[in-house]
Design a protein around this ligand. Structure first.
Ligand SMILES: Cc1cc2nc3c(=O)[nH]c(=O)nc-3n(C[C@H](O)[C@H](O)[C@H](O)COP(=O)(O)OP(=O)(O)OC[C@H]3O[C@@H](n4cnc5c(N)ncnc54)[C@H](O)[C@@H]3O)c2cc1C
Length: 419
């Protein structure tokens, strides 16, 4: 995210935030007063979304000036973190204390609150999206009031309040499930025939704890990245050829930016993400779109994208296929169905990419695709809303917690029909 507030943009630079005022409070009380005194306010995390989900014309507040806290409760298998922290700030102290999170996204540079709010995910047949690990959260409401919600005590509303696009209030802290630390090893298989991946997707996606398939859809092969837990049996899948040197998932990018490979064991937090926390994985020279489909649609989606391959490949840096376990979070794109996700890292040329996004959606929407909230789509807000059965319940929740729409923005107004 650009640090010059007058021209602040998101990470990719495709959104220039329209905020009338920016704020970076130093204490919870300052933040509560700020919220109470504003007509229209929302939080921005690390600004990694490509969609306008974080934008506002009112007050935009960063939470990275608040006191950082990572409070582990080993007896409860939980950690409570301040919302402005990035995963990178959380995973190192957690690992030092002998604990781990179930999953991470491709990079740990993203904020916890912002990632959770959009249903951000990593990969793994048995692993939910990052929001699925949220056990409780604290929100600032429109009067500056504090609300605590938890999975155990508020089962009626909690599933609606986690993937909430910033529309229910400003999240100040989150409690996440943790488990004992575990070791992983990562290896890459190159020249895996796409035919094989499509024909036997369950075997490939089940070949390790976390699996990513990279392709540009233009050729006949893929790279398969396996992240296996060393305390579990290796399913033994051995497609293609094992890479003999470190790789970067994005062709042409230096392998040093990627996490350790070649099957060398190491802590979970140094293997689950593709990119190392201490290095910036690129300079925002890309655009992204992504879709969650029922995983049973994988073979049909592979066939459809391969038929578009000659059009897509020249405009792609890379594309990635991952899996996400079903959850019950109302606006989670993985809600109610084990999912396969199709991700596209495009060249940074919106005019060129826009028709390709529409072409991809033409073939994936009939297969049940739901777009990622933080990425680009050709759909209108109303079309997006129609893909989420619980949107009506979510709208009611917003009316209950934020009757005047203080935390709304153009994105959520369009979605909820409140603009
Ligand atoms: C290089 C790159 C790699 C990526 N890799 C992945 C990936 O592997 N998997 C994946 O699923 N996505 C991925 N994404 C997308 C990214 O994870 C999401 O866009 C995510 O939301 C980014 O988090 P953020 O902190 O930057 O959120 P922002 O973009 O800053 O905000 C997202 C939303 O969260 C809200 N929000 C932020 N903080 C708060 C708060 N404290 N209270 C209430 N609402 C809040 C904002 O208002 C907004 O609605 C990637 C993006 C980039 C740029």
């Amino acid at each position: 995210m650009s640090r010059t507030l007058e021209t602040a943009t998101n990470w990719a630079g495709n959104i220039t935030f329209g905020a009338a005022r920016w704020h970076r409070p130093r204490s919870l009380d300052d933040l509560r007063r700020l919220v109470a005194g504003s007509d229209r306010i929302r939080a921005v995390g690390s600004g990694h979304s490509f969609s306008a989900v974080a934008d506002t014309r009112g007050d935009l507040v960063r939470l990275d000036g608040l006191p950082p806290a990572v409070e582990l409760d080993p007896a409860a298998s939980a950690v409570t973190v301040s919302a402005g922290l990035r995963y990178a700030d959380v995973i190192a102290p957690l690992e030092r204390a002998g604990h781990a999170l179930a999953n991470l996204a491709s990079l740990p540079h993203i904020s916890v609150a912002g990632s959770v709010a959009t249903g951000t995910h990593g990969s793994g047949d048995t692993l939910g999206c990052l929001a699925a690990s949220v056990r409780a959260l604290q929100l600032i409401g429109p009067e500056g009031d504090l609300t605590e919600l938890s999975r155990d005590t508020d089962p009626d509303v909690f599933p609606g309040a986690v993937v909430a696009l910033g529309a229910l209030g400003i999240v100040t802290r989150l409690t996440l499930d943790v488990e004992p630390s575990y070791e992983m090893a990562q290896r890459v298989h190159v020249a895996v025939p796409l035919d094989e991946v499509a024909a036997d997707f369950d075997t490939v996606s089940g070949a390790a704890h976390s699996v990513s398939v990279f392709t540009d859809w233009g050729g006949a092969s893929a790279e398969v990245w396996l992240k296996r837990r060393t305390d579990r049996p290796d399913p033994g899948w051995d497609g293609g050829r094992r890479a003999e040197r470190p790789m970067n998932p994005v062709p042409g990018m230096p392998p040093e930016f990627s996490t350790q490979q070649l099957d060398e064991p190491g802590p979970w937090c140094e293997r689950l993400p593709h990119f190392r926390p201490e290095l910036t994985p690129g300079a925002g020279e890309e655009l992204q779109s992504e879709y969650y489909l029922p995983r049973t649609a994988a073979p049909a989606a592979f066939a459809a994208l391969r038929s578009l391959g000659p059009r897509l490949a020249p405009a792609l840096h890379i594309a990635e296929v991952r899996t996400v376990r079903a959850d019950d979070l109302w606006l989670s794109p993985a809600r109610g169905r084990d999912s396969v996700t199709f991700h596209f890292t495009w060249v940074k040329d919106l005019d060129r990419v826009r028709p390709l996004i529409a072409a991809v959606e033409d073939v994936l929407l009939p297969l049940g695709a739901r777009p990622h909230w933080g990425k680009l789509t050709a759909l209108t807000p109303r079309e997006l809303a129609a893909l989420h059965e619980q949107l009506g319940a979510f709208a009611q929740l917003v009316r209950k917690y934020d009757p005047a729409g203080k935390f709304g923005n153009d994105f959520t107004d369009g979605l909820l029909g409140t603009g």
